[in-house]
Design a protein around this ligand. Structure first.
Ligand code: KIV
Length: 272
């Protein structure tokens, strides 16, 4: 079967909009590499986000700011190679789209061409309107991101709940409407009051994916390493852990170390 006639089972941006219309929730997780992308894709995830949280999770930085466009392309391409069903969305990193719209388009085109991703995610509303217009006009699907936008962490001063005050909540509601009007296919809302997130989800046709935004939205996203319990120092209120890989890996590696030291590994069957 040629590539042109092969049945395409992959989710599209349209699929997600239809899922919202039918009231079917969207499950999204981050992944940054081929091996985990294969696992997550095979387990039935709808959307994989190659988040700039790779800066924290993969590289050990305190913030998402240091990660580069080349590094995001490397992670994005690795994830795309590991998937056949999920829609893969790659974050445009800090400093690659906020200054001038032509620069933003150049960054966006590089990620789409060099990683094979299906869509991009950008943080912000009104303040990045011109960059969004340019990228969307080139036919590149965009997921927005409002609320706690980690690329602005130094402006916020902390990772505390956003949009508690009326003025910020009002701006967030206007930004969500603007993103929909510009043509974004979905919006991530991070760490805002559940009632506000639900109100925004009801006000737009495009899916709202929450993280720390309650259950009244159209889907949820978590950082995969957090939900697998790989970081035993990170326990925010919004996080549910579905495994304790920190303990599992410690136990497995500890057993391996002791088997190597005691020469119980490898045994005769494991030798040539
Ligand atoms: O980079 C990331 O992982 C994200 C999610 C937390 C939404 O933006």
């Amino acid at each position: 079967m040629s590539a042109a006639t092969k049945e395409i089972k992959r989710l599209s941006t349209k699929t997600l909009i239809n899922m919202k219309a039918k009231g079917e929730k969207i499950a999204m997780l981050t992944a940054y590499d081929y091996t985990f992308a294969r696992l997550v894709d095979g387990a039935g995830i709808d959307v994989i986000l190659v988040g700039d949280s790779a800066s924290n999770v993969m590289a050990g930085h305190e913030t998402t700011l240091p990660i580069t466009l080349d590094q995001m392309i490397y992670h994005g391409a690795s994830v795309v190679r590991g998937t056949s069903r999920a829609l893969v969305v790659v974050d445009l990193p800090f400093g690659t789209y906020q200054s001038d719209p032509q620069g933003a388009l150049h960054s966006a085109v590089r990620v789409m061409k060099e990683s094979g991703a299906h869509a991009l995610k950008l943080e912000g509303g009104k303040e990045i309107e011109e960059s969004l217009r340019c990228i969307l006009a080139a036919g590149i699907p965009v997921m927005g991101h409002l609320g706690l936008t980690p690329q602005s962490i130094h402006q916020f001063g902390s990772f505390a709940l956003r949009a508690k005050e009326e003025a910020e909540a009002q701006k967030l509601k206007e930004d969500a409407l603007l993103l929909e009007k510009l043509g974004c296919f979905a919006i991530v809302l991070e760490k805002i009051p559940a009632a506000l997130a639900e109100e925004v989800a009801k006000s737009v046709r495009i899916p709202i994916i929450g993280i720390g935004a309650g259950a009244g939205v159209d889907g949820q996203v978590l950082v995969m390493q957090d939900m697998l319990g790989m970081n035993n120092e990170f326990h925010p209120k919004f996080l549910r852990t579905y495994a304790n890989l920190y303990e599992e890996v410690h136990k497995a590696v500890g057993n391996y170390v002791s088997d190597v030291k005691s020469v119980s590994f490898p045994n005769a069957e494991e030798s040539y």
